[in-house]
Design a protein around this ligand. Sequence first.
Ligand code: PLP
Length: 401
Amino acid sequence: MDIRSLFPILDQTVYGKPLIYFDNAATTQKPQSVIDALNSYYTTLNSNIHRGAHYLAAKATDCYEQTREAVRLFINAKHSHEIVFTRGTTESINLVAASFCQRFLNNGDEIIVSGMEHHSNIVPWQLACERLGGHLRVIPFSDEGILDLNALENLINAKTRLIAVNHVSNTLGTINPIAEIVKIAHSHNIPVLVDGAQSISHMAVDVQSLGCDFYCFSGHKMYAPMGVGVMYGKEELLNEMPPYQGGGEMIKEVTFEKTTYNELPFKFEAGTPSVGDVLGLKAAIDFMNLCGIDNIAAHEKMLTDYASQQLREIEGIRFFGVAPHKTSVISFLIGDTHPYDVGTLLDKLGIAVRTGHHCTQPIMDRYKIPGTVRASFAVYNTREEIDLFIQALQRIAPMLQ
Ligand code: PLP
């Protein structure tokens, strides 16, 4: 299968050079099948879901609920009502932070996050802590970018209410040992939330074998449209948690005296959801299943090993995140050159990378750097593109140092 040809956006030039898209950790491009799913929804099916008495509403509802089942299978959740659609990882984490903490966090309690979290897995917990009088504790990590699990054990105490960690760091690429973290947490009866934004498109995710209590991800980082994401939560916990937002499908009965809430998952889906984007997510899952997640992982590993090996030849290069278990994210600096200068010059050569703090300022503080240059690969990238990237850096490096 010629996977690349399924992505129309890649077939273009920028500044007269063929586009090389290495900004996949920020968002992936979309295959034609996902674009077609969106188009087909708006040309043949557009209708508000649930409770509609007419054909289009019933059909749109069916497709929406079929996607929920496709997501359940994709991450091997036990029940489809444990899958809640959101706008993305950030909204999923905010939902849990607001609702879980309202129910379980009391004055003086603690939430543990890691030092390598995206701001989306820090700030929602800080907001909840500010509101309810809680405190954040932070798991440190080594120079290589490996979490210190002994430190985690020491951070846990009788006041710990939840541990929130990413499966994969968007800046360092480290794959964190989630099953092990869950084991430690559960031995103290502490639930674990996993930020899966950077893992979901790179490896098979099985929430039951990981054992985690919440797993959050965004569609747009796994070939689906922007505007849709998932919050998986274990039924027992979701049943205990209050609604996050009010209105629309989340109610059972409303009176001015008292409102009762709908069952799962609708309790957490207030208002009209982004139905077209949800259907696009189904097309993206179909695309990933067609490729095979193990094939995707093997291809990306080949690209990452190939790129890392050649990058080592660039004079003055410094890598950030060299853990043995990594996804296809490479963060680096060339000497003391500002990452933005490298990114801007690469851009003029048609190569899209991300520069800056990648919404992980605590990581930058940890290494005392302003940011990094981040190249991140997806299933459609090629060795030839990496060759051009290396040639470009070889040209750029002497100009900047
Ligand atoms: N968590 C991680 C690890 C991420 O990489 C990102 C996005 O880059 C997010 C959370 C936030 O995702 P979104 O902006 O799709 O909500």
